[in-house]
Design a protein around this ligand. Structure first.
Ligand SMILES: Nc1ncnc2c1ncn2[C@@H]1O[C@H](COP(=O)(O)OP(=O)(O)OP(=O)(O)O)[C@@H](O)[C@H]1O
Length: 301
């Protein structure tokens, strides 16, 4: 499956008071969570579609962990309606829980057992588990199958965490900052694995502080600030990115020049006509996801 959101325009979220979406993997209306007199989640409305990768972004303390833990059934809420795979997490039973995969920030895998043995043990909890050998292949740990958990590198351990999270064949996978501490190659491998999981039909809710990770993996991103969603959009459209003016820069008479333009093609054609050959140091850029994210967060600070 590819992006489910090709035709989605910016600010793509339900309105307060809309009914819950029975077809969504996750549907949330008016979610509130207070600690003392402070609301950590302050009226959240969100639908996450089946089969999509949704990235939840937001600065430290924005309410991401609180929201995700409520969805996982690990934290109570003060107000609002929530359905995860059609069930209220506050009342989710064993069968519902078996459909969830949760990959937490703190890695497991310290056991004396081998990687394969731990995975087999985990698989035995489920009625219809994935074949542990296939899971090891999917996460790229086949060569480490006989290693003990503590012999794994940080990146391998994280992939093993995912292996433990998906061996039960979850329909919905929660990935909490999955690539923190990865080297660039390990991150690319991890991303490829996440895409393979999506191709198998797994819905994923990803929290991350890496904007490039959200950009490359997510069908849609939601920016959480002060317990509210500032915007939900496809990464390319967030914060009006898709229609923002382009910035053209070049060097002329030894001076670096920049110009903002909504017609960069025409602008570059004019520019090219002024130079006999290549325009020196020519670059055409649009705001990055990080640019619009930081602006959005700054505007709400
Ligand atoms: N158990 C708790 N008791 C009191 N306050 C809490 C508790 N858990 C979270 N908070 C507060 O709620 C707010 C949201 O916290 P939360 O952990 O959900 O943010 P976050 O977006 O996950 O942050 P980070 O990116 O740092 O993980 C913060 O102000 C935090 O201090």
């Amino acid at each position: 499956m590819t992006s489910t959101s090709a035709h989605v325009v910016a600010d793509d979220r339900p309105h307060p008071g809309d009914p819950l979406d029975p077809d969504a993997a996750i549907s949330v209306r008016g979610l509130v969570k207070r600690y003392g007199d402070r609301a950590a989640v302050d009226g959240l409305d969100l639908d996450i579609r089946r089969g999509e990768i949704f990235a939840l972004l937001g600065p430290n303390g924005a309410g991401k962990t609180t929201t995700v833990e409520i969805l996982e059934g690990h934290r109570s809420r003060d107000a609002g309606d929530v359905r995860v795979l059609g069930v209220d997490p506050a009342r989710g039973g064993r069968r519902w829980r078996a459909d969830l995969g949760i990959v937490l920030q703190s890695g497991g895998g310290d056991s004396q057992l081998s990687v394969r043995e731990q995975l087999q043990a985990r698989a035995s909890y489920y009625a219809d588990p994935r074949d542990p050998a296939e899971v090891l292949e999917l996460v790229g740990l086949t060569a480490q199958a006989d290693a003990r958990g503590r012999a794994l590198s940080g990146g391998q351990r994280r992939r093993f965490d995912v292996a433990l999270g998906i061996v039960g064949r979850p329909r919905l996978l929660f990935l909490d900052e999955p690539t923190t501490g990865f080297d660039p190659e390990a991150r690319r491998q991890f991303w490829a694995m996440v895409r393979s999981l999506r191709d198998l039909g797994t819905t994923m809710l990803l929290t991350t502080h890496y904007l490039d990770e959200a950009e490359t993996l997510a069908d849609r991103v939601g920016v959480l600030a002060h317990g509210r969603l500032a915007e939900v959009a496809v990464p390319a459209a967030l914060g009006g990115r898709g229609t923002a003016p382009a910035v053209v820069s070049w060097t002329e008479d030894g001076v670096r020049r920049t110009a903002e333009t909504t017609t960069p093609t025409a602008f570059v054609q004019d520019l090219a006509a002024r130079f006999p050959g290549e325009v020196p140091d020519l670059a055409v850029g649009r705001p990055t996801l990080e640019d619009v994210y930081l602006k959005m967060i700054g505007d709400r600070a």
